[in-house]
Design a protein around this ligand. Structure first.
Ligand SMILES: C[S@@+](CC[C@H](N)C(=O)[O-])C[C@H]1O[C@@H](n2cnc3c(N)ncnc32)[C@H](O)[C@@H]1O
Length: 223
């Protein structure tokens, strides 16, 4: 996966996610702020002004909600369509610039970096203070999830807090994405570098999918 794959040409996209965006198969996109974000984020007691990383952000309206609460947001998204749609559907001037592998968009307090999350390094920004993962870890195939967990940890300083919303399937197996990821796997992937706490296990929906909301704190001595 690379930023070069994110062009808007008419040829079928090689990455399954780019193909989804190209074909408009974005059933994961919510038309409103996720209710768990509104409910649980304030309880994390993250100071306004903290810079929030939103990996694999799509065109989530959750980024606008975070910005409206006073948090500068840095979203990273592979699909250029998602970034273009996010700024087109928002209000305010858009500035565009390039940084190494990324084509960047800034609108108000939201910065979107279009490219591969695994190409993003902490040297690219001054600092990050917090994160929000809704359907990011679970968007990745099993073999890539460990890499994601490690990469996320490398980007955050000790003490950084975040909210993670995962998805678990209560019924028979299913080929993702999005994949279902059991609670045990979430713990196994993240507990080396984060303290984890389940805040809420939501009721399964009609498809047998259940969201779990987690609070995470990056481990390690504060600098
Ligand atoms: C399940 S969607 C979730 C999007 C968003 N978090 C939301 O809640 O609507 C996963 C997103 O991750 C993006 N994605 C997949 N692999 C990526 C990667 N390596 N780097 C950046 N974005 C990626 C996809 O294009 C897709 O928009």
């Amino acid at each position: 996966m690379s930023a070069q794959d994110t062009t808007m040409d008419a040829t079928p996209a090689s990455d399954p996610w780019l193909a989804r965006w190209q074909e408009g198969r974005i059933g994961f996109h919510l038309p409103a702020t996720h209710s768990a974000l509104e409910r649980w984020w304030p309880r994390l007691e993250i100071a306004a002004g903290a810079k929030v990383l939103v990996p694999l952000c799509g065109k989530s309206l959750d980024m606008r909600w975070l910005a409206a609460q006073g948090y500068p947001v840095l979203g990273i998204e592979l699909a250029r369509q998602a970034c273009e749609q996010f700024v087109a559907e928002g209000a305010g001037d858009v500035s565009r610039y390039r940084l190494e592998h990324f084509e960047c968009f800034r609108q108000g307090m939201v910065e979107l970096w279009c490219g591969d999350f695994f190409h993003f390094h902490i040297d690219h920004v001054d600092h990050l203070d917090a994160f929000y993962d809704r359907a990011a870890l679970i968007a990745l195939p099993p073999a890539t999830r460990q890499r994601y967990a490690f990469h996320l940890a490398q980007l955050l300083p000790p003490g950084a807090r975040g909210l993670l919303i995962s998805l678990e399937r209560q019924t028979e197996q299913h080929q993702g994405p999005p994949f279902h990821v059991a609670e045990d796997e979430i713990r196994q992937l993240l507990s080396a570098n984060f303290t984890l706490e389940v805040l809420e296990r939501r009721a399964p929906d009609e498809r047998g999918l259940r969201e779990t909301v987690w609070s995470l704190v990056r481990k390690g001595p504060r600098r």
